[in-house]
Design a binder for this molecule. Structure first.
Ligand SMILES: Cc1ncc(COP(=O)(O)O)c(C=O)c1O
Length: 392
C-alpha cells in the first residue's frame, strides 16, 4: 500500500519494530508531527480568546479541523465536540443526559470498559445484551427494550474480537421505540466510511489517536443538534458561557458549552494532518488493505493447530484475538517483543466481561492493523507464532 521508503520516511519508528497494536493507538505519521511542531514553534497561542494574528491562526486551524471532521462524517460542525479521547466523549453523555430512576440502559457484554463502566456506574437498571459468535444480534437488543429504555450504547467494531456490529439495524430498531443510541466508534473511525446523516445515531464517540492517525490526547463526540439542550455540560468554565451576571450565567451555543478550558490545540492541529494523510489514500482503500491483512493473519493462525482464535472470519475487521494454547498471553507478547521486536497487545484489552464470556480467562494476544502494515508484517507474525507454539 505504501512503499518501504515512504513508510520509513513517514513512520521512522518502523525501522526498529513491527507494530501490530493500532487498536490501542496508531503510529503517528511525520506530517502530523510536523503540523504540531509548526504550531508549537511558530504560532503557539490559545484559541478563541486573542485578537492578535497567531491567536486568530490557531483558532482558525482548530475550527478548520472541526469542519474537516464534520465533512468526513457528513454532519454539521457544531455537532462535533472535541474531547481528549473516546472515553471522555462517552462520559460526556453518561454524565450529561438526565436519567430518571425508572429508566434503563442497554449495553452489551462485549463492550470496551469505556462503554461499559460509565453506564453500569449509574444507579439505574442496566440490561446487558449477550453476544453470540462475537456479535450482538439486533434481535437480542430489541428483546431487552421496554417502555423505560432510554438509551442503547454499543460499539461499532469490538476491540476484543474485531467483530462488526449491525449498528444501522440497531439504530433503526431503537428509534422505532423512541430509544436513543450512542455508538462507540473507537475501532471504526478511519477504518470504514461513516455517514452520520445516513446512519442517524444520536451520539457517536471517536478517538483522534487511533484510526484517524492523530496524536494521543485527541478525540471527539458527535452530538445530534436537536439533543444538545438535553445534555448538561459537566466541564463548565472558560469558553462555555456568553455572559455572567452576579452568580447567573448564560451558556454558549454548542459545541463551545461542552468544551470548557483550553483545548488540546496542538493535538487537534495534528489530527487535522492525520485526516489529510488518510484521505490521501481514501478510506475505502485503507479498509480493503486492513481487511486483507486481517484475513491473512486469521488464515495463517487457523492453520496452526496450537492456536485458538477468538473471532469470526466472516465478520472481522482490523483485529485478530488469539492465544497459543498453554501459553499465557502476557508471556507471548513479551517473548515476541524480545525475540522479534513485534509489538502486540496482550491481556483483557479493557474488555474483561467480553473475554471471559468466550472463555479467555487470562485474556488474549491481539494483533491489529493500520495503513502502514504490510503483508511482510503478517508473515513475520505467523512465522514467529509457529516457532513459539512448537514449545508448547
Ligand atoms: C471499542 C473501544 N471503545 C473505547 C475505547 C477507549 O478509547 P480511548 O482510549 O480513546 O478513550 C477503546 C480503546 O481501545 C476501544 O477500543
Amino acid at each position: 500500500m505504501i512503499s518501504r521508503d515512504r513508510l520509513i520516511e513517514d513512520f521512522p519508528i518502523l525501522n526498529d519494530i513491527t507494530y501490530l497494536d493500532s487498536a490501542s493507538t496508531s503510529l503517528t505519521p511525520r506530517p502530523v508531527v510536523d503540523a504540531m511542531n509548526d504550531y508549537y514553534l511558530n504560532y503557539n497561542s490559545n484559541t478563541g480568546r486573542g485578537s492578535y494574528k497567531i491567536a486568530i491562526k490557531s483558532t482558525n486551524k482548530v475550527e478548520q479541523t472541526r469542519e474537516k471532521i464534520a465533512k468526513l462524517l457528513n454532519t454539521a460542525s457544531q455537532e462535533i465536540i472535541f474531547t481528549k479521547n473516546t472515553t471522555e466523549a462517552i462520559n460526556l453523555i453518561a454524565n450529561g443526559l438526565n436519567f430518571n430512576t425508572e429508566d434503563n440502559i442497554i449495553i452489551s457484554n462485549i463492550e470496551h470498559h469505556s462503554n461499559f463502566i460509565p453506564w453500569v456506574n449509574k444507579s439505574i437498571d442496566i440490561r446487558i445484551a449477550k453476544a453470540k459468535n462475537y456479535v450482538v444480534e439486533p434481535d437480542s437488543i430489541s428483546d431487552l427494550i421496554n417502555k423505560n429504555t432510554k438509551l442503547i450504547a454499543i460499539s461499532h467494531i469490538t476491540n476484543a474480537f474485531g467483530s462488526i456490529q449491525d449498528i444501522e439495524e440497531i439504530i433503526k430498531i431503537a428509534h422505532e421505540m423512541d430509544v436513543l443510541v450512542l455508538v462507540d466508534s473507537a475501532q471504526s473511525a478511519g477504518h470504514t466510511e461513516i455517514d452520520i446523516k445516513k446512519l442517524n445515531p444520536d451520539f457517536m464517540a471517536f478517538p483522534g489517536h487511533k484510526g484517524l492517525l492523530g496524536p494521543t490526547g485527541t478525540g471527539f463526540l458527535y452530538l445530534k443538534e436537536e439533543l444538545s439542550e438535553e445534555i448538561k455540560p459537566s466541564n463548565l468554565g472558560g469558553g462555555t458561557v456568553t455572559s455572567v451576571n452576579g452568580i447567573n450565567f448564560k451558556l454558549e451555543e454548542p459545541p463551545s458549552r461542552f468544551e470548557g478550558g483550553t483545548l488540546n490545540i496542538g493535538g487537534i492541529i495534528g489530527l487535522n494532518a492525520g485526516i489529510d494523510y488518510l484521505l490521501n489514500f481514501g478510506i475505502p482503500k485503507i479498509e480493503n488493505h486492513i481487511n486483507n491483512l486481517t484475513k491473512m493473519l486469521y488464515k495463517g493462525l487457523q492453520a496452526n493447530g496450537n492456536v485458538t482464535i477468538y473471532g469470526n472470519p466472516n465478520n472481522i475487521h482490523g483485529i485478530v484475538s488469539f492465544n497459543i494454547n498453554g501459553l499465557n498471553p502476557y508471556d507471548v507478547g513479551k517473548i515476541l517483543d524480545e525475540t522479534d521486536d513485534i509489538c502486540l497487545r496482550s491481556g483483557f484489552h479493557c474488555a474483561i466481561p467480553g473475554l471471559k464470556s468466550v472463555g479467555a480467562n487470562e485474556g488474549t494476544v491481539r494483533g491489529s492493523f493500520h495503513v502502514y502494515n504490510t503483508k511482510e508484517d503478517v508473515e513475520k507474525l505467523i512465522y514467529s507464532i509457529e516457532e513459539l507454539s512448537q514449545f508448547t
